[in-house]
Design a protein around this ligand. Sequence first.
Ligand SMILES: [Ca+2]
Ligand SMILES: [Ca+2]
Length: 358
Amino acid sequence: MMRLFYLCLVFASVIGVLLIQGAQGAHSEAAPPQGAASCGCDKLRRDGAQQHAEEGSDSAAPAHKYSEGANGRPQGQMVLIAGGPFWMGTDDPGIPPDGEGPRRLVHVDSFYMDTQEVTNQQFQSFVNATGYITEAEKFGDSFVFEGILSAGVKNQITQAVAAAPWWLPVKGANWRCPNGPDSDITDIPDHPVLHVSWADAGAYCSWANGRLPTEAEWEYACRGGLEDRLYPWGNKLNPKGQHYANLWQGDFPNHNSAEDGYMKTSPVRSFPANAFGLYDMVGNAWEWTADWWAVHHTTERQRNPTGPPSGTDKVKKGGSYMCHKSYCYRYRCAARSQNTPDSAASNLGFRCVAEGKT
Ligand SMILES: [Ca+2]
Ligand SMILES: [Ca+2]
């Protein structure tokens, strides 16, 4: 435990006083849009040229019933998601500029999917086996939500993301030290790994004989066989007063009441699985997908769509423990956001899929 903590501090001190150019670039971002579209986590862009620097009808069953059949599976297991057609997106978008619509018919083939977000322990196994170094470790910094930083680390930071000042570039923050250089993962092996870039996530999945899901696969999995529902469990955020995902309760970003039991990430599988046996599809950590980002989609029926052929940002899905309806109403299956592939942050993780039976 001490060794890991020591390494985090040493790593931070070696980086020294290098400025975080990614954050400097972010100062030129436009003011955040009003309302639900302004969570700011899509503003976490590194400067690529410089290395441094709700409520609806209550259609859901109680949590124990909703999760029936999903519990008892071993940690880390994949489940077979039987393919089929589904309605992707929505004609009633919560955040129209995100390209949540139109609702369109998509078919996905069968595939296997991790039941949970990839954990710190799993990522540690990957690193132990391969010696892999993440992009945030190479850059020497990552973005951390100020609410989870220690006062000591926060006081050393003079920059922030202009459009979202609660995001701070923190030297020495990476998957080993997710809350800043004076943190470590010793006590949170079963929490989702964070501070992984799109390439980092893909490298892990390749090592695990898988790949990142397409956005269509991810959304199909999120919906769990339900049609036209907001969440993996239905339309009501808290059926019968129960929390079904690790989100933000209170006044973002100043007060997190943590009514769901968690101020930050939660151990994976802390909330009920959906009908496909998948945990934390919304909330806890955002999840990278394979697709490039675009906001215009064809209404023609598609089979196994893989998104645009190129782009500047990758699609992420599901929202995180930082999402609140007032700022980031993105903890819905149709919701989506984007980051540059080299982005890393304290609320962004992933899970893998593998080819299914044909
Ligand atoms: Ca929470
Ligand atoms: Ca998630």
